[in-house]
Design a protein around this ligand. Structure first.
Ligand SMILES: *Cc1c(COP(=O)(O)O)cnc(C)c1O
Length: 379
């Protein structure tokens, strides 16, 4: 059986967890959390990194930090994970969904400006599959209309836009360390802050609305309730796990890129007319978060999933357009989003994880080739 995902362990996770437990400090913001913060700030140039219990929580922190209120508008893709926008809906925002582009599922930058109104506060690009959105154009629009940019970089660790790390460009950025991502801690996330104005308040929001972080640094002599907030910080057990992963980030990324290249090379040989391969624009890098195909129809995808399953290969489709979701459909009054619906129906993700072998990748690609040979009408 070739599953869709298998978490990769570097070997030091339980060792570091034991150290955290033995240190006597297992709540948040201990040594391992600090080590993780320092690593991310140094490697990716974030002004401030704050671990959170999930990317969902980091997004919720972003919405609080930007003072999102009833009636504010947030421009986000429809082809994304629920949390991208749910975090803003929780604070009363109206989501203005923008279509994906024709080349990949990222938001179509051409379509953003006509959606901007007096109520728009945020543009929320999602770097799908770790492939960068066109950030120069998004940042220019934000500047022109005085908007904030929050990057949903959940899938985008160690990926770049014109040489800049993703997550270091928007005012705020949110990462995920869920077990399906490149670098994991089971559940986990991070808020990256690139606009210094938000640092102090972010620490408060993350610590239940208290100035506990300042207190522990000796900046105030007692701590109390100073703002709204919640408990967004992970325990040291999670941070210890994560540290074992980030110590091996180079090795993890090198292996994932090799798997990605193998898929790309094998599938290129017979993709023509059958499916399209991921498009990586010139300004973007590939962090090998996932490997997907875009098929010609829903029927082809459904049959290919069943075909591969009969050989014990598990492949999965991805998002359902959020503007048509049971929760948001009645609230949505924008136009058709044809590309989002297209990816909803035709995008297929192939098994992708560290321990996937070259033989397994070749086997999967061979079966995809067989499928199209056996079903010429499904091209
Ligand atoms: C995984 C993911 C999230 C949510 O991450 P969690 O850490 O599970 O909360 C949000 N947005 C995108 C695009 C994701 O891929």
């Amino acid at each position: 059986m070739i599953p869709f995902n298998k978490p990769f362990l570097t070997g030091n996770e339980t060792k570091y967890i034991a150290e955290a437990v033995q240190s006597g400090k297992i709540s948040g913001d201990g040594i391992f959390t600090q080590k993780c913060h320092q690593f991310f700030e140094k490697k990716y140039g974030f002004k401030k990194a704050l671990l959170t219990t999930s990317c969902t929580d980091a997004l919720e922190m972003a919405a609080i930090l930007l003072d999102i209120k009833e009636g504010d508008e947030v421009i986000a893709p429809s082809y994304t994970f629920v949390s991208t926008v749910n975090a803003f809906v929780l604070r009363g925002a109206k989501i203005i969904f923008v279509d994906s582009g024709g080349e990949n599922p990222n938001m179509n930058v051409e379509n953003i400006e006509p959606l901007i109104t007096k109520r728009t506060k945020v543009i929320l690009p999602v770097h799908y599959a770790g492939i960068a959105c066109d950030m120069d154009r998004i940042m220019a629009l934000a500047k022109k209309h005085e908007l904030f940019v929050v990057e949903d970089a959940a899938q985008a660790i160690d990926s770049y836009y014109k040489g800049k790390p993703l997550g270091s460009i928007g005012h705020l950025s949110c990462f995920s360390f869920h077990e399906t991502k490149n670098i994991i801690s089971g559940e986990g996330g991070m808020l990256a802050i690139n606009d210094e104005r938000f640092i102090k308040r972010a620490e408060i929001i993350r610590e239940k609305g208290t100035n506990r972080s300042s207190f522990f640094r000796g900046e105030v002599d007692k701590y109390g309730w100073v703002d709204i907030g919640s408990s967004f910080l992970p325990s040291e057990v999670i941070a210890a796990f994560l540290f074992a992963q980030i110590e091996n980030i180079e090795q993890i990324q090198a292996k994932r890129k090799l798997i990605w290249e193998t898929y790309h090379q094998k599938l290129s040989a017979f993709s023509k007319g059958n499916f399209t391969l991921p498009h990586i624009p010139e300004y973007a890098t590939n962090n090998a978060h996932m490997f997907y195909l875009v098929l010609n129809s829903l029927e082809t995808r459904t049959k290919l999933i069943t075909y591969l399953k009969s050989f014990d290969v598990l492949t999965v489709f991805h998002y359902l357009s959020l503007h048509k979701s049971p929760f948001y459909e009645s609230k949505y009054n924008g136009g058709e989003l044809k590309q989002a619906d297209h990816y909803q129906d035709t995008l297929l993700r192939l098994p992708f994880y560290y321990s996937l072998t070259t033989n397994e990748v070749e086997f999967i690609c061979g079966k995809i080739n067989d499928f199209f040979k056996e079903n010429p009408s499904l091209k």
